[in-house]
Design a protein around this ligand. Structure first.
Ligand code: DX5
Length: 215
């Protein structure tokens, strides 16, 4: 794993799923984390994959589970049982502060770091009740559900606001991140970039990952 302050997290949603192990192997040396987009076809219109697929993967990359599901509390344990590194749930799916705090506590007690995600239209202050409890804030730069979408610039202001208030928080961005949008994300204060189409669409994936980092 490379040593840099900005983490690059390829998303397997954009990988050739018929050769998933080879796809993961192709980015393993250059990537920092590996993101798994878990979609339930209800919170988002798409249906992706769950724990059985992840269980089949052989990788030393820290697994970052992005739960785009309506009932994340029902899904967390199956991923904790796989010793994943991070689990992020959506603020739009868990609205009550106590439920958010209980879920964060469960994730942490299970040995993973805990993150909360906000969609582009969700104001940052809607997660003010738990930002002190979190390990990671994911600011979506696309509407969740599909890879290959265009980057939504207005979310950069949310990232700046969060970074100003929480200098030590891991701030992750996800959606439409390539070598042109990555610098904007980093300048705004993000230090963990999720990228799917750009990385897995590249012939040289190591170069693609390096192109996301400050030169
Ligand atoms: C959206 C997904 C995507 C994926 C990366 O629900 O979360 O953001 O991880 O997508 P692209 O292809 O835009 O990098």
């Amino acid at each position: 794993m490379p040593d840099h302050s900005i983490l690059i997290t390829p998303s397997i949603l954009a990988a050739d799923l018929s050769h998933l192990q080879e796809e993961v192997d192709s980015i393993a040396d250059a990537a920092d984390w590996l993101q798994v987009d878990v979609m339930d076809g209800h919170f988002v219109p798409n249906l992706s994959f769950g724990a059985p697929v992840i269980k089949s993967l052989k990788t030393s990359l820290p697994l970052d589970i992005h739960l785009m599901v309506s009932n994340p509390a029902d899904r967390v344990q199956e991923f904790l049982d796989l010793n994943v590194a991070n689990i992020t749930f959506h603020a739009e799916a868990v609205k009550k502060t106590k439920e958010r705090k209980d879920l964060i506590a469960q994730i942490r007690a299970g040995g993973a770091t805990a993150g909360i995600a906000i969609n582009p239209e969700t104001p940052i202050d809607t997660v003010g009740d738990v930002l002190d409890d979190l390990d990671l804030l994911l600011v979506m730069s696309v509407h969740p559900g599909f890879g290959g979408q265009g980057f939504i610039d207005h979310v950069l202001g949310q990232v700046q606001t969060a970074r100003s208030a929480f200098p030590d928080l891991m701030i992750q961005m996800d959606g439409g991140i390539d070598d042109t949008t990555a610098p904007k994300c980093i300048k705004a204060g993000a230090n963990n970039l999720v990228s799917g189409s750009f990385i897995f669409g590249a012939s040289d994936r190591t170069m693609a990952i390096k192109s996301l980092l400050p030169s």
